[in-house]
Design a protein around this ligand. Structure first.
Ligand SMILES: [Ca+2]
Ligand SMILES: [Ca+2]
Length: 215
């Protein structure tokens, strides 16, 4: 405590508040509270890649999640500015905590489309699946004996319905919607009934600390 820096707490611009109130499931009061916490922890109003990775390094000190969180940073940094601003931050939280299946799939598509060309190439899928394997390796959460390259290839071929070697967003979404285990793996969803009951995902309400700028 006692770290007042004599600066008046910034107030969220009305247009950002309106935007987030429409685009997220948070109330205006919740958005203001998030903004307060965000600007307290990140006085510059943005999270840099370095800062983001620093936070996750504290949560996963063995470094195995680093590659995945590098990709996650890119996914959250919608405008590719190299920083996550408050709007990007809160949209990401809203989707990961309580997003509709379409929103989660949209986010997942961006995660896999590393070069942002609007399609997922097999190398991109392979790279992300490797990063996921590396991260969850020890927790025994991946029920597959296949090495990541083979797993990626088999998922990719299943989804690439016209076999042209790239996944369009449509193919990706269809492939996920037709296979609940794929959906869960590719969107990072644990619940088994997420597709049917997309509005019941309130279990992560206390994860604020994971996303803050740290201290
Ligand atoms: Ca940005
Ligand atoms: Ca791509």
């Amino acid at each position: 405590m006692g770290n007042k820096i004599g600066k008046k707490q910034a107030k969220i611009p009305d247009e950002d508040l309106d935007f987030l109130a429409t685009k997220t499931n948070f109330s205006r009061k919740q958005i203001k509270d998030w903004y307060k916490a965000f600007t307290r922890d990140c006085p510059e109003g943005e999270i840099t890649r370095g800062k983001f990775l620093e936070i996750y390094a504290q949560l996963f000190p063995d470094g195995k999640a680093k590659s995945f969180y590098n990709h996650l940073f890119r996914t959250f940094d919608v405008d590719n500015s190299g920083k996550i601003d408050f709007k990007e931050f809160l949209l990401a939280i809203s989707i990961t905590q309580d997003g509709k299946p379409e929103e989660k799939l949209d986010l997942a598509f961006r995660l896999y489309d590393i070069d942002r060309n609007g399609a997922i190439e097999e190398e991109e899928m392979s790279e992300i699946i490797k990063a996921i394997y590396l991260m969850v390796d020890d927790e025994g959460e991946i029920q597959s004996d296949l090495p990541p390259d083979n797993r990626a290839r088999s998922i990719f071929q299943k989804m690439d319905t016209n076999s042209d070697g790239v996944l369009t967003k449509e193919e990706f979404i269809k492939g996920c919607m037709n296979d609940i285990s794929l959906y869960n793996m590719l969107t990072g969803t644990n619940s088994e009934d997420k597709i049917e009951n997309g509005d019941e995902g309130n279990e992560d309400e206390n994860s604020e600390g994971e996303y803050s700028c740290g201290d």
